[in-house]
Design a binder for this molecule. Structure first.
Ligand SMILES: Nc1ncnc2c1ncn2[C@@H]1O[C@H](COP(=O)(O)OP(=O)(O)OP(=O)(O)O)[C@@H](O)[C@H]1O
Length: 369
């Protein structure tokens, strides 16, 4: 199914299919091809993440001048922020080939041994979702990263012997959304760790202008600004919303991504001015209107919005918490003043007092419907 229609997918029981949202930061298989076409190829073309870009640029340039592979690189951060893109860039900057695999694909040490033993000198090995590798493969990886050696076990039981196999120097680029899950010995083998953060609107505007050019669609400043502001700081979401606005512009408009097309298309896909979708707003509505702002337990809240607790917790809540609409308290979830304002409701006195807001600040908010 084209991803643009995914926000409409509902399960048979009427609940929202959590994997099917237009605002899902995780990529879908259908998207890989179009995403590949939109990836920046070199560090100089990569907008945003200035710290990681400068640090990585230094590491790569120094390695290039020394004529030896750089330290292993770990990239961490939420989905859709450019970890895979940067891994490809590392190989491109070093002018070396890249081998791509992922933690879930390496369930046995033997799987990893097969990959490692076929690497050429200086090759880049990209290990996506590295936190999902099996323990035995992790142990083999430590050794390979440190000593460029693997011990291949031949035979079984007491007669098994380890045959050391020398490897040519290579560079591992690991990517993870859960750096905290990596065992310390593995984390320590990476000489450089870059943490990717959400992008600001100005960087998303730059990314969208470039993507529009690559997609061959005309986009004006107001159109890209409108899309950037609703993309949850995530290039993958920005590029996806851009494609939906382009669709709208081609079907209903003049083919130009402008403010009118962006507003109409994003309204059609239920993405509001703050980048919240139907599920996000349903959570805020339930919290404020039904439970007086909370605190309320997760499962009660989930029942009120007709979703699984897990969906509310993993799909809607992280962004609502990060943007300061919802607080997670020991007694449950609570709405902040921003949540009340977002719904166009007056902020209750108690919430305003807790957040030490002047009471005159508690009128209807920016995003009154
Ligand atoms: N800084 C950037 N500039 C331009 N496009 C970007 C940037 N970062 C990410 N993108 C685009 O966003 C999409 C997703 O990026 P990428 O696959 O690198 O993310 P990721 O962090 O590896 O995600 P995941 O954790 O899901 O694998 C790609 O189309 C990529 O081109």
């Amino acid at each position: 199914m084209p991803d643009g229609f995914r926000s409409e997918v509902r399960e048979a029981d009427g609940s929202l299919d959590a994997t099917a949202r237009v605002l899902d930061a995780a990529g879908t298989d259908d998207e890989r091809v179009v995403e590949a076409a939109l990836r920046p190829r070199r560090l100089a073309e990569f907008p945003g993440q200035p710290r990681v870009r400068d640090q990585l640029g230094l590491v790569l340039e120094a390695a290039r001048r020394r004529g030896s592979p750089p330290d292993h690189v770990l990239l961490s951060g939420p989905p859709g922020l450019g970890k895979t893109t940067l891994a490809m860039i590392v190989a491109a900057e070093l002018e070396r080939p890249i081998r791509v695999t992922s933690g879930p694909a390496i369930q046995h040490a033997g799987d990893l041994a097969a990959v490692l033993s076929s690497l050429d000198e200086g090759e880049v090995l990209f290990l996506d979702e590295i936190h999902r590798m099996s323990r035995s493969a992790e142990e083999m990886l430590y050794l390979a990263m440190e000593d460029f050696r693997v011990d291949v076990i031949v035979g079984k039981g007491p007669g098994a012997t380890a045959i050391p196999l020398e490897l040519p120097p290579f560079t591992v680029v690991g990517a993870t959304t859960r750096a905290g899950l990596l065992p310390a010995p593995l984390r320590d083998r990476f000489g450089f760790t870059g943490h990717l953060d959400f992008y600001d609107v100005a960087d998303l505007v730059t990314i969208l202008r470039r993507s529009a050019g690559l997609l061959g669609v005309e986009a004006d400043g107001a159109g890209v600004a409108e899309v950037a502001g609703r993309s949850r700081g995530t290039p993958r979401i920005a590029n996806r919303l851009l494609r939906r606005v382009r669709d709208w512009a081609q079907v209903h408009g003049e083919g130009v991504v402008d403010a009118r097309a962006a507003r109409a298309a994003l309204a059609l896909f239920d993405v509001d001015e703050a980048g919240l979708d139907r599920l996000d707003r349903a959570v805020l509505e339930a919290l404020c209107r039904r439970f007086g702002g909370g605190p309320v337990g997760l499962s009660t809240l989930a029942v009120a919005v007709g979703e699984e607790a897990d969906t509310v917790e993993t799909v809607a809540e992280p962004y609502l918490v990060r943007e300061g609409y919802v607080l997670r308290t020991p007694r449950g979830r609570a709405a902040t003043a921003a949540a009340w304002r977002h719904l166009g409701l007056a902020v209750p006195r108690e919430t305003a007092q807790q957040e030490a807001l002047p009471l005159e600040d508690s009128g209807p908010g920016r995003f009154a419907p």
